[in-house]
Write a protein that binds this ligand. Structure first.
Ligand SMILES: Cc1cc2nc3c(=O)[nH]c(=O)nc-3n(C[C@H](O)[C@H](O)[C@H](O)COP(=O)(O)O)c2cc1C
Length: 337
């Protein structure tokens, strides 16, 4: 298996729904939602890419870091690398039938496990999206994290309990889907949540609670006050609100507010192991990878997902050696130029 074969196969299966560009940067697919693009002008997606591109690393080689340690512990889970598979729901519905939902979620969940990490699954207006994710997680002994839309709080509690029963070690809620019309149109209203509602969800669910889609220090602080276990700094890959900044731009401010008090994850525009290291230096404990793994799953199934994660692992290891970074528990900001 190699990356070109995975990409060729994905391109054929997507039949134009994703062009599988040499660099996945949101330019050609701007406005393609449904599809793989960013919403509206596509600016928020592109800002994710640009923000990381503008962040540079100091090349340092006079030191003793010959074998960096890539292992990390996130929400009590031991991972071989600080890269988690992001939730991507509705592949079957939105991508020219590139892959059935069950086949897709199984590829993500199994591929992540194969590479020594964990994957997330999504939610959508039809039950098959959430259910396929939970099935895939159940089949991998509970090794996966379902992410629930910001539905009615009691519905979230009900779905989170199902996740716990399937063995999931945590569940998420993508709060940035608060204005998703296709959910509301399907009679499943979504909306923003108050601190009290977040606390209610936290207090009525038995596993750690991750809130995904936080872009300001104030919202991060509110999550912490509500007792949330982890946040994902994310703009939903540029698919929630046009013209947000890139996640790498806001991450340092969010991390300053809550780092050390709760787990800080980030996603958006990460396209290499080098980008992973940048995000950790900016304050993240680990990252989520979206489109690159979706393309890998469609092009190469679980093996494709594991292949791409191992590629990121090798790139991260090289970047750690070349910046003198021995481990991941507290990557110093000084590695950035
Ligand atoms: C087609 C598509 C579907 C998505 N579906 C979901 C979803 O169901 N739940 C969720 O939390 N995030 C969803 N996301 C957002 C991703 O989890 C993630 O935040 C984003 O893709 C990260 O940016 P990246 O693709 O540049 O890595 C989706 C993203 C895409 C592109």
């Amino acid at each position: 298996m190699d990356i070109n074969t995975i990409h060729r196969s994905a391109k054929a299966r997507f039949r134009g729904a994703c062009r599988v560009c040499p660099v996945c940067n949101g330019t050609i697919c701007a406005g393609e939602v449904p599809g793989m693009g960013g919403l509206g002008t596509g600016a928020a997606f592109r800002h994710n890419i640009q923000a990381l591109a503008e962040c540079r690393l100091n090349l340092r080689t006079v030191h003793s870091v010959k074998k960096p340690d890539l292992a990390c512990r996130i929400l009590g889970l031991d991972l071989a690398l600080p890269v988690i598979g992001a939730a991507i729901g509705g592949i079957a519905l939105n991508m020219n039938g590139a892959m059935a939902e069950a086949e897709y979620t199984a590829a993500i969940i199994s591929g992540c496990r194969q590479a020594g990490t964990i994957g997330m699954t999504g939610d959508g207006p039809v039950p098959v999206v959430f259910d396929a994710g939970l099935d895939a997680i159940g089949r991998e002994d509970g090794w996966g994290i379902p992410v629930i839309k910001p539905r009615d709080t009691d519905k979230i509690v009900e779905l989170a309990k199902q996740a716990a029963a399937a063995g999931a070690p945590a569940f998420g809620m993508d709060i940035d889907a608060a204005a998703l019309v296709n959910m509301t149109n399907a009679g499943q209203p979504v909306g923003p949540k108050t601190i009290q509602e977040l606390a209610y969800i936290k207090n009525h669910t038995p596993i750690p609670f991750i809130v995904k889609g936080i872009m300001t220090p104030d919202d991060a602080e509110a999550c912490w006050q509500a007792g949330v276990d982890a946040i994902v700094v994310s703009n939903h890959g540029g698919r929630a609100l046009d013209h947000t900044p890139g996640t790498a731009e806001v991450l340092p401010y969010v991390a300053e507010a809550v780092k050390g008090k709760m787990t800080v994850l980030v996603d958006g525009g990460i396209r290499s192991g080098t980008d992973v290291l940048k995000m950790l230096a900016l304050g993240a404990d680990a990252v989520l990878l979206g489109r690159p793994l979706a393309i890998a799953a469609v092009g190469g199934g679980a093996d494709g997902v594991a292949f791409v994660l191992n590629k990121y692992k090798a790139e991260l290891s090289a970047a750690m050696i070349l910046t003198g970074t021995a481990g991941l528990s507290d990557v110093p900001v000084e590695i950035l130029w």
